[in-house]
Design a protein around this ligand. Structure first.
Ligand code: DON
Length: 553
């Protein structure tokens, strides 16, 4: 019953949303029911999803095909041995459900799992066996498919098998990332450049096994191969075949909050969705909607609201099965008090004391690049928003059964207590899920019709990227593509990073006058992929910073 407080919030906020004034209701309604759409980070993966939709498949059916293909053609970002969160809108019931396929720490892990010779490995943990968590993306999709699939599971893998057996042209981003990868990945890609053909027969065999048995990665020879690879020196991890066999995805009602005349839904912790909802609750108390994105004030409020949110997010969020998440983080009065901290000049904000808080220690979690976001709507209007990851580029840089093994456990704080000796919410524990920033979001109108699906990779910056599009579309009334194209700005702790060159004239100077001098272009780029309903039609948009496309069947 750990989610009961959020369920209560959900009921309250939906009730609140229904009494919002109608003045700003968009000229949008439910999708037309024609066609559907797929937006993902690679055109081959989009095509795999479209083939499934053309064959009469559901959004979830298409998601299985997209993920199986991404794991082959964008293995630096996500894969069958990774983890994911999915937010799902059911057009018939108008309910929003979330699926949690987040990796777990091995049952044997303790809070000092990353300590070697008395000190945490730090970034050195990424390319080791210790960083790999028990994968959850596939079992999560199998659960979603059992509930929302239309086509047979075995029929969803044709495109991935074909590309793995017959070869695919190496995408430019994959070739580029492979050039910086560890020896095992370099050997696999074999020095191929963008456009050169690569085959992966081991991946094809794994996908064939998976098509025949959705638990093929969790049991039998593939599970044994994963456990053996994780257990290799140096710095072996301790994932066992029992961990793989015991993995269970979670499914819960989405965490939903009203925003203006809309309802915004995302997965509960350990996903980053709560950060998006907290920031929106803060923006609702700031006049961010009164400015245009050409005005420095719009970006000032955007930055400071985010900064206040991140201070709490970093302090309080971890796996709710292990740590107490204060329900007060989404309390409208608490968020109003947090918004009131935003003054005329930028400053650093300490974590607040939301009602129901437990005093956790300061966090030491590090996050790095390697994730993908896709969105799908089917012809019946069912919609999904899924963020899927192996964490860093090519995960742990180890492979088993043709798959890249994730390094998701480096999303834990490697030190279990802070300098004052207080326990950290996101410390490692056996079976625990590391805190995530991934925020696959779905926006509804007040009649619970689907309005938008959006999300992004980008580690810690994911809530900032996602918020930019939500505010851009709902408050600044931009098209989805224009909102995605807006400069990224991330305000976390005392510092700010932004794509400074993309700001409208005068914005950077205006921000500087208020104490914000962003450092240029954050190392992690966004990969915002979304679908918006405009005049009863689906409009998709892909982030020009990556290789993705939006296409209808
Ligand atoms: O779950 C998380 O928050 C991270 N593992 C995501 C990493 C990521 O997005 C890197 N992307 N470029």
């Amino acid at each position: 019953m750990r989610l009961a407080p959020f369920s209560l919030v959900f009921v309250l906020v939906v009730a609140a949303a229904l009494v919002q004034p109608a003045a700003r209701t968009p000229a949008q309604a439910a999708p037309s029911g024609r066609g559907g759409m797929v937006v993902a980070a690679n055109p081959m993966a989009v095509e795999a999803g479209l083939k499934v939709l053309r064959a009469g498949g559901s959004a979830v059916d298409a998601a299985v095909a997209v993920q199986a293909t991404l794991g082959l053609v964008e293995p630096q970002s996500s894969g069958l041995a990774g983890g994911a969160f999915m937010t799902y809108y059911d057009a018939r019931t108008k309910e929003v459900t979330t699926y949690d396929g987040r990796e777990t720490a091995p049952a044997s892990a303790t809070s000092t799992y990353f300590y070697v010779n008395g000190a945490p490995l730090g970034r050195g943990a990424v390319r080791t066996g210790k960083s790999t968590g028990t994968p959850g993306a596939v079992t999560m999709l199998a659960l979603a498919h059992a509930q929302h699939g239309k086509l047979a599971w075995k029929d969803l893998f044709g495109e991935a098998i074909h590309l793995a057996e017959d070869g695919f042209p190496v995408p430019a981003r994959m070739a580029d990332a492979a050039g910086r990868a560890g020896p095992e990945i370099q050997a696999y890609v074999g020095g191929r450049k963008a456009g050169d053909i690569l085959k992966n027969p081991a991946y094809a065999a794994t996908v064939r096994a998976l098509a025949a048995n959705p638990r093929a990665i969790n049991e039998g020879p593939i599970a044994a191969a994963i456990a053996a690879k994780v257990g290799e020196a140096p710095n072996p991890g301790t994932i066992s075949v029992a961990d793989l066999a015991g993995y269970r995805p979670n499914t819960t009602p989405a965490l939903c909050r009203p925003y203006r005349v809309y309802i915004v839904c995302a997965p509960p912790p350990p996903s980053g969705g709560i950060g998006v909802l907290m920031a929106l609750g803060i923006y609702e108390n700031l006049p961010i909607d009164k400015y245009k994105p050409t005005d420095p004030e719009a970006w000032y409020l955007f930055a400071e609201g985010q900064r206040v949110m991140y201070a709490d997010r970093d302090q309080y969020i971890g796996d709710p099965s292990f740590v107490h998440i204060p329900t007060g983080l989404l309390d409208p009065n608490y968020l109003k008090s947090r918004a009131a901290l935003v003054g005329a000049q930028s400053k650093a904000y300490a974590a607040g004391s939301p009602p129901d808080a437990v005093a956790y220690g300061a966090d030491d979690t590090h996050e790095v690049a390697g994730t993908s976001h896709f969105v799908i709507v089917d012809k019946d209007g069912n919609a999904l928003s899924m963020t899927t990851t192996v964490e860093s580029a090519f995960g742990s840089n180890r492979m088993a059964a043709g798959m890249v093994l994730n390094n998701q456990l480096t999303d834990f704080s490697q030190t279990p207590t802070d300098a004052a000796g207080k326990p950290v919410a996101n410390a490692v524990a056996g079976g625990k899920r590391p805190r995530s920033s991934m925020s696959p979001t779905i926006v509804l109108d007040r009649n619970r019709n689907f309005v938008m699906a959006i999300g992004s990779p980008g580690g810690n910056s994911i809530p900032a990227y996602t918020l930019k599009v939500i505010v851009g579309v709902l408050d600044w009334h931009l098209t989805l593509q224009d909102a995605i194209n807006l400069p990224n700005l991330i305000a976390q702790g005392p510092g700010t990073t932004a794509e400074v060159d993309k700001f409208a004239p005068g914005v950077a100077a205006g921000l500087a006058a208020k104490g914000i001098t962003p450092r240029g272009a954050a190392a992690e780029g966004s990969g915002l992929h979304g679908i918006l309903v405009v005049n009863n039609r689906l409009v998709g948009a892909a982030d020009p910073r990556r290789e993705g496309v939006a296409k209808a069947p």
